[in-house]
Ligand binder design. Structure first.
Ligand code: ADP
Length: 485
């Protein structure tokens, strides 16, 4: 597949290790394909743990000097990277859409809103303030320094091929850490393109490397290599659990952004049209393939019919197609495995008494296109209520009252995002405080931005990305006791 890029040098099939663009030593490659039709876009290197080690060595060699650079310089380099991303957003979006499938406008939105994490952390780099605390004795003072944790390893998923990277590398580099990244095998081209721009922005050799290859051996190297101080991961809860175990021996710092099972609650005092709008964005954005997508839609009995009718009308109007075509609102699912899970969840719900009111099957477009789907008569016993569907299925569950819906919403091991629509102020506070999740959207279906702490509780992970809190995971506290004063 030939991409019509303004700057063709942004599209590369080479990995970036220690400031060099490399192929696999044995020449092995992995194909990257377009999810629309499976066409080959490009081959990328199939690298093993030895190359991961090389990248880690380079990151270690670069780290001390990077941390010693005047903070203003680190800040300016990040800022320059941010500006280069904005200047090249059309090309980056085309690369993203081609390897991932989301509509071009969504790809652009992902890139711009997540490049903002580079801008934000370029600013935060200057505010890594320590503390001076009165001493326990009159001749002592307690000084608290914040220092970079050191070499970091990042593993990112395919659903936000660009955005998941900038929100991790931004705070790491700002803090004075260096980073080795392994992007998802489905979407490495966006990662390489970001590395091209990082190099142009002046990120020094070794401070940021990007390697592709089989996930597990590289993951093991990240977890076992004593030079890696911290691992930051976004992906499934299963892999997060595995990383936590593997990294346990080395007591590595971990940030984990894992799966969600977001409840989306509509109370009877809500603005129904706004709630439908929010549900459409939260559910069908990226064809339902985001960890903060509404997974269970709870609607109060008295308004469930009206809400369903409006939701179906809007969902039906979503146009499926290739992400580069005009007016397309939903692309294909990433692969057959994703379609299989969607089909299993629909079949399970049907077998247990659920009803299809829209979609429920693959689209005529073929491939991995799946129709926007709405189901009613859903109960807590169905798989759609327990597992993350990660696909365009809106399961509607009717509820009686606030107490019941909070119990249902919290009845999950996940705790990433929650959403609810209500207008009564007392209810807004009560429900926001009662929901067991790291993030709560009240009267909005979109939460993430660089100024807010993104992250989960329970088995949805640990650590936060974005905001003043987002840099803390890349810093260690050092207490210096000044005595003899
Ligand atoms: P998904 O099922 O949505 O692809 P994963 O958690 O499997 O989610 O993938 C997220 C990222 O984790 C990807 O970069 C993938 O390559 C990587 N990954 C998958 N398995 C492992 C593993 N055993 N060790 C390290 N990384 C892994």
């Amino acid at each position: 597949r030939v991409l019509d890029l303004r700057d063709p040098s942004l599209l590369t099939g080479k990995a970036y290790v220690g400031g060099e663009w490399i192929e696999a030593p044995d020449g092995r490659t992995i194909p990257v394909t377009d999810p629309v039709d499976g066409a080959l876009i490009m081959e990328v290197p199939d690298l093993g743990p030895e190359t991961a080690r090389r990248a880690i060595d380079a990151a270690e060699a670069a780290q001390k000097a990077w941390a010693k650079r005047p903070v203003k310089e680190r800040s300016q380099i990040l800022r320059r990277w941010y500006e280069l991303i904005l200047a090249n957003v059309d090309d980056l979006a085309l690369i993203l859409t081609t390897e991932q499938g989301k509509p071009l406008a969504e790809a652009r939105g992902e890139i711009v809103s997540n490049a903002a994490y580079l801008e934000w952390f370029a600013e935060e780099a200057k505010r890594i303030d320590g503390d001076v605390i009165p001493g326990a004795r009159p001749d002592q003072r307690i000084v608290v320094l914040k220092q970079p944790v050191g070499v970091c390893a990042a593993i990112t998923p395919w659903n936000f091929p660009n955005g998941m990277i900038t929100r991790k590398v931004g705070p790491a580099l700002a803090a004075g850490c260096t980073m080795v990244l392994k992007p998802a095998a489905q979407t490495p081209l966006s990662a390489f393109a970001l590395a091209v721009l990082a190099e142009r922005a002046g990120v020094p050799k070794g401070a940021f490397s990007v390697i592709t290859g089989e996930a597990r051996p590289i993951g093991e190297e990240f977890c076992r290599n004593p030079k890696v101080a911290k691992i930051t991961f976004t992906g499934s809860t299963g892999v997060g659990r595995w990383l936590m175990r593997e990294a346990g021996d080395g007591i590595k710092r971990l940030s984990l952004e894992l799966g969600g099972n977001a409840p989306f609650i509509v109370f009877d005092d809500a603005d129904l049209d706004a709630a439908v709008e929010g549900a459409i964005i939260s559910k069908y954005r990226n064809a339902g393939q985001t960890c903060v997508c509404a997974n269970r839609i709870y609607v109060q009995e008295t308004v469930v019919e009206a809400f369903t009718e409006k939701l179906v009308a809007k969902a039906r109007a979503l146009k499926l197609g290739r992400g580069t075509e005009d007016g397309v609102a939903m692309g294909p699912l990433i692969d057959e495995r994703a379609v299989a899970k969607m089909e299993e969840h629909v079949a399970d719900a049907l077998a247990k008494g659920g009803r299809l009111v829209l979609g429920g099957q693959r689209s005529d477009l073929g491939g991995t296109f799946f129709e926007p789907t709405v189901m009613t008569g859903i109960t807590q016993e169905m798989r759609v209520a327990k597992e993350e569907t990660f696909a365009p299925l809106a399961p509607i569950i009717a509820f009686r009252d606030e107490e019941e819906v909070i119990a249902m919403a919290n009845d999950t091991e996940f705790g990433l995002a929650s959403y609810f629509y209500a207008r009564d102020m007392a209810r807004v506070w009560r429900v926001a405080e009662a929901l067991e999740s790291g993030m709560v959207g009240v009267n909005t279906g979109l939460l993430a931005n660089e100024m807010a702490p993104f992250g989960g509780v329970k088995q949805s992970g640990m650590g936060r990305e974005g905001s003043k809190y987002g840099i803390e995971g890349f810093l260690e506290l050092k207490y210096v006791c000044l005595g003899g004063l």
